[in-house]
Design a protein around this ligand. Structure first.
Ligand SMILES: [Zn+2]
Length: 81
């Protein structure tokens, strides 16, 4: 069965308890997923990208497929103090 993938970029700051989903993107499963996710992280400067998988294109039911962490985009603040 065909699977559908969606990537969500997150803005995360541990110091300020920030954990915000930014944008959703369609992932083309015919192309290299890692490469697409990496491009999205770069565009949004996102330290965390989650890829969700669904059996239907409307994503009525979906589950977490993979989580990507990009250390280079982690926020550089040190929480003040
Ligand atoms: Zn921070």
């Amino acid at each position: 069965m065909k699977k559908y993938y969606m990537a969500v970029t997150y803005d995360v700051c541990e110091h300020n308890d920030l954990y915000i989903d930014m944008k959703e993107y369609h992932i083309d499963d015919a192309k290299d997923m890692d490469k697409q996710v990496w491009e999205l992280a770069k565009v949004d400067v996102s330290p965390l990208v989650k890829v969700y998988e669904s059996d239907t294109s409307d994503f009525k039911d979906f589950r977490l497929y993979k989580e990507y962490i990009f250390k280079e985009y982690e926020c550089s603040c040190n929480g003040g103090e």
